[in-house]
Design a protein around this ligand. Structure first.
Ligand code: ZN
Length: 481
C-alpha cells in the first residue's frame, strides 16, 4: 500500500485544477483498460456487459463504470461519488492591474476557503486555455505552469504592530503580485490595441498583462494572439509529502477532495482487475467525480445537474430488448442501487478539542468516518450504516488484500455548531437512491495546505474495493423495498 501513498502524492501534484484532476484520472483509467465514450454518441452498440468505460463533461467532471457480465436492464448500480474541485483563487476575466510599481493580477475567490492561508505562499497557475488554430476552430489546451509566479504578501508586523488578529478585505488585500512594472516585456502593452478595435471584447493581451499572455503562449507553443480566453486558477506549488515522526501524515493542498477521488477510482480499478472479475457481477460499478461541489454543485457538470441522472438512465436500459424496460428500468435500478458520497471529514484537533462532541470525534488513521446528521445535511441512515458495516467486514473469500475489517468511525456535529454538507443529500433526493455520507478524517479543511492520515488512505481504498466486490451479494439483503 506504500506505493498507493506515493501515487496519491503525485496524483495531487498533477491535479492543480478540476481539468487536471480529470486528466490525471483518465490516465489511471486508460492504463487499466477503460475505454472513453462520449455523451453525444449512442451507447447501445458500444457498451456491453463485461467491459469498462469512462466519459467526461466539460472536461472537469468524469464518470467511470464497469458493467457486470450478468447485468440486465433494471439491475443495481454501486456508485461512489466525490468531487474534483477545491477552493482557490481564479484569475478574473479582466485581470490587468498595476499598483505602486507592481504588476498585479485580479483574482476571484472560488469556494469557501481560509483565505488567510494563501498569504506568503508561492503560487503557480493552472487551468484550461481556449486557443484558435490556423483553420479558425477553437480548441482547449491544459496549462500547468508549476513554478512560483504569484504571491500575496502579508504586511510586515512593524507596519501594523497593534493588529490583534489577521483580518483583511478579500477584494483589495488578497491581490497577488506578479512582477514589477519596469519589466521590459511590459513595453508590448498596447501592441495589439489596433486589432482589438474590431473585436466584441478586448483581446486577451489587453485584458491581462501582455507578459503573462506571452508566458502562457510560450508554455502552450502557440502565438499570443491565438489565445481567445481561459479559465485559470492559482495554486500552491509546494509538493504533497508525507509528514510526522513515522510518516503518519500527508501534508498537501486539495486533500479535500483528491484523497477521496483517488481512492474511489483505485477501488474501482482494483475491483475489476483480472479477467474473471466481472464474471459473476450483476450490477454496474461506478465512480462519479463532479466539478463545482465547492460552489454548490448547481452547474451543467455539477452533482446538482442532470449529468449522473442522464448517464444512469441511459445505462439502465443497456442490453434490453424489452420495450417496457424503457419506461421502468431506471426506476427499478434506482430502488436497488446505492451511493457512497465520499468527501473528507473533520478530525478532532488537539488544540481545539472542544469543537467536537466527545463521542463523535474522529481520529486520524483510525478509519473512514461515517457522517450522520438528524437535519439531513448528510444522507446517511440506518440501512446505509448496516450495509457499510457488511462491506467493511473481511469475510469474503476473494478478498486477498487483508484479513481484517476496515475500521469505521462515526461523526455528528455538535448541536451548537454549523454543519457542512455534501453531494450526498442532493443526489439521494434527485435519484431516490440509498446513500451514505463518508470520508477520511483531516485537519485544516479548506486551508491552502491540509493534513490527513497516510494509513487512512489504505482504509478508504480497501473500503471502496470491498464495496464494489461485495455490493451485489450484501445489498439485496438490506431493506430492499
Ligand atoms: Zn469536499
Amino acid at each position: 500500500m506504500a506505493s498507493f501513498n506515493d501515487e496519491l502524492l503525485s496524483y495531487i501534484d498533477s491535479s492543480p485544477s478540476p481539468f487536471h484532476t480529470v486528466a490525471s484520472t483518465k490516465k489511471l483509467l486508460e492504463k487499466a483498460g477503460f475505454k472513453e465514450i462520449k455523451e453525444k454518441d449512442s451507447w447501445s452498440k458500444s457498451c456491453a456487459p463485461g467491459d469498462k468505460y469512462y466519459l467526461t463533461r466539460n472536461s472537469s467532471t468524469i464518470v467511470a463504470f464497469a458493467i457486470g457480465k450478468k447485468w440486465t436492464s433494471g439491475n443495481a448500480f454501486s456508485i461512489v461519488g466525490a468531487h474534483t474541485d477545491s477552493p482557490c483563487l481564479r484569475i478574473k476575466p479582466v485581470s490587468i492591474k498595476e499598483e505602486s510599481g507592481y504588476l498585479q493580477v485580479g483574482v476571484e475567490t472560488y469556494g469557501y476557503a481560509m483565505w488567510h492561508t494563501w498569504f506568503d505562499r508561492d503560487l503557480g497557475v493552472a487551468g484550461r486555455v481556449m486557443v484558435r488554430s490556423k483553420d479558425g476552430s477553437i480548441g482547449q489546451k491544459l496549462v500547468h505552469i508549476d513554478r512560483p509566479i504569484f504571491r500575496i504578501p502579508t504586511l510586515a508586523i512593524h507596519l501594523d504592530p497593534h493588529a490583534k488578529s489577521f483580518s483583511f478585505n478579500t477584494e483589495t488585500q488578497l491581490l497577488p503580485i506578479a512582477g514589477l512594472v519596469d519589466d521590459p516585456s511590459t513595453e508590448e502593452l498596447g501592441a495589439d490595441k489596433k486589432e482589438g478595435e474590431s473585436e466584441p471584447l478586448k483581446l486577451a493581451t489587453e485584458r491581462h498583462h501582455p507578459s503573462f499572455i506571452k508566458l502562457l503562449a510560450e508554455e502552450l507553443a502557440v502565438r499570443p494572439e491565438e489565445i481567445v480566453d481561459f479559465e485559470l486558477l492559482l495554486y500552491d506549488v509546494q509538493k504533497a509529502c508525507l509528514g510526522g515522526l513515522r510518516k503518519e501524515f500527508i501534508f498537501a493542498s486539495r486533500l479535500d477532495n483528491l484523497v477521496m477521488s483517488y481512492t474511489a477510482i483505485q477501488g474501482l480499478i482494483r475491483s475489476v482487475d483480472g479477467k474473471d472479475a466481472l464474471e459473476e457481477e450483476s450490477s454496474i460499478r461506478m465512480v462519479a467525480l463532479f466539478d463545482d461541489e465547492e460552489v454548490g454543485s448547481r452547474t451543467a457538470q455539477g452533482a446538482d445537474s442532470n449529468v449522473l441522472l442522464a448517464i444512469l438512465r441511459r445505462l439502465s436500459v443497456i442490453s434490453s430488448g424489452d420495450l417496457e424496460d424503457l419506461f421502468t428500468a431506471f426506476d427499478r435500478s434506482m430502488s436497488r442501487s446505492f451511493l457512497l458520497s465520499a468527501d473528507m471529514a473533520h478530525a478532532i484537533h488537539p488544540n481545539y478539542g472542544e469543537k467536537h462532541e466527545s463521542k463523535h470525534a474522529p481520529r486520524i488513521n483510525k478509519g473512514v468516518v461515517v457522517k450522520l446528521n438528524a437535519n439531513a445535511r448528510y444522507a446517511t441512515n440506518s440501512p446505509g450504516v448496516a450495509l457499510l458495516q457488511e462491506v467493511a467486514r473481511a469475510d469474503i473469500n476473494n478478498d486477498s488484500n487483508s484479513e481484517s475489517a476496515v475500521p469505521l468511525q462515526l461523526f455528528v456535529v455538535r448541536n451548537d455548531s454549523n454543519c457542512g454538507s455534501t453531494i450526498g443529500p442532493l443526489l439521494s433526493a434527485l435519484l431516490g437512491i440509498r446513500t451514505v455520507d463518508l470520508g477520511n478524517p483531516q485537519l485544516s479543511m479548506h486551508s491552502v495546505r491540509e493534513t490527513c492520515g497516510s494509513k487512512d488512505v489504505e482504509y478508504a481504498l480497501l473500503l471502496f474495493l470491498r464495496f464494489f466486490q461485495k455490493f451485489s451479494k450484501v445489498a439485496a439483503g438490506i431493506l430492499e423495498e
